[in-house]
Design a protein around this ligand. Structure first.
Ligand code: ATP
Length: 285
């Protein structure tokens, strides 16, 4: 697998601000992975994304896109990337389909719009004016728009914001499917669920810096509590005990509970991603 993006010591300052918004971050986005930037509001996630999309060019540091300096790549870049911004922008007096046809016109190569609209459950509402769409429908349409050019790399900003759990799930499945077919995804979020269910690797972003670039699983192993909690019934009451994972197979008390009690639950001490985030960055999401 090659690197879709290689970012080295990226720094960026908005003209109106006194200090750097992005304070020297380095990371790679591998081709075929879902890479997530997780962080609280104002951390610099959207700014980083805008730099990678070439909307902000006045940065220092190095960014390469499939081995080429990002600054040297021309308009062809937009044929290859899909962008789903947080705030959907559509023509509200036009129908969803008219909107999609309009935006398709920007690209040389376009995806199968019907298929995309069907996937997100909007095909039957294709002739409705976007102004009459609900917020969730607009979010789903925005996703279709991001996929219109069959992108090689997909950028998503808070992609599940405003969606109910069912529609959030549908969208996450489509994103995973896109990755499984070789697509690369760079997403920003402040939502744990998005990270846990979607991302192959994540980076914690706080105040323009990155902490701990890793897989959700490795982070859990590194920062998780190495213990097992067991809940069991005894004389009508539910009791619980916590045992260290080390030597659990030889722990007689643990074995005894397993043998003699009615077990209700057994959990390994999984630390939530939120706990890990706080532990690593000292900040809250
Ligand atoms: N156009 C701009 N001019 C000046 N400062 C800006 C501009 N856009 C963003 N900022 C500032 O840069 C910092 C990072 O903002 P950014 O939007 O990248 O954060 P974020 O992590 O994406 O947060 P959110 O999830 O709220 O969008 C914030 O302090 C913000 O106020």
């Amino acid at each position: 697998m090659s690197n879709a993006f290689q970012v080295k010591d990226l720094r960026f300052k908005y003209k109106s601000s006194k200090e750097d918004t992005i304070k020297g971050v380095s990371f790679d986005v591998m081709e075929g992975e879902i890479f997530g930037l997780l962080g609280p509001s104002g951390a610099g996630k959207s700014t980083t994304q805008k730099i990678l999309i070439k909307l902000l060019e006045d940065y220092s540091g190095e960014i390469s896109y499939f081995g080429k300096d990002l600054k040297s790549i021309g308009k062809s870049f937009y044929e290859e990337v899909g962008v789903g911004f947080e705030m959907p922008v559509h023509f509200s007096k036009m129908t969803a389909m008219e909107n999609m046809k309009f935006f398709s016109g920007f690209y040389k190569q376009t995806a199968n719009v019907q298929e995309l609209m069907e996937q997100v459950g909007l095909w039957e509402h294709r002739n409705v004016k976007v102004g009459d769409y609900s917020k969730g429908m607009k979010v789903r349409l925005n996703f279709v728009r991001a996929m219109l050019n069959n992108p090689k790399v997909l950028f998503l900003d808070e992609v599940t914001n405003g969606l109910d759990p069912k529609n959030a799930r549908i969208l996450k499945d489509i994103i995973s499917d896109y990755r499984n077919r070789g697509g690369t995804v760079f997403l920003t979020t402040h939502l744990m669920n998005d990270v846990e269910q979607l991302c192959d690797r994540i980076a914690f972003c706080v105040n323009g810096k990155l902490y701990e670039i890793s897989t959700p699983r490795d982070l859990k192993l590194k920062y998780g509590k190495r213990e097992v909690k067991i809940e069991y019934k005894e004389e009508g009451a539910t009791l619980d005990r916590i045992f260290p994972l080390e030597g659990i197979g030889l722990n007689e008390e643990f074995q005894n509970i397993l043998r003699t009690k009615e077990i209700e639950t057994i959990h390994s001490g999984e630390t939530s991603m939120e706990d890990i985030f706080i532990k690593v960055t000292g900040g809250v999401l």
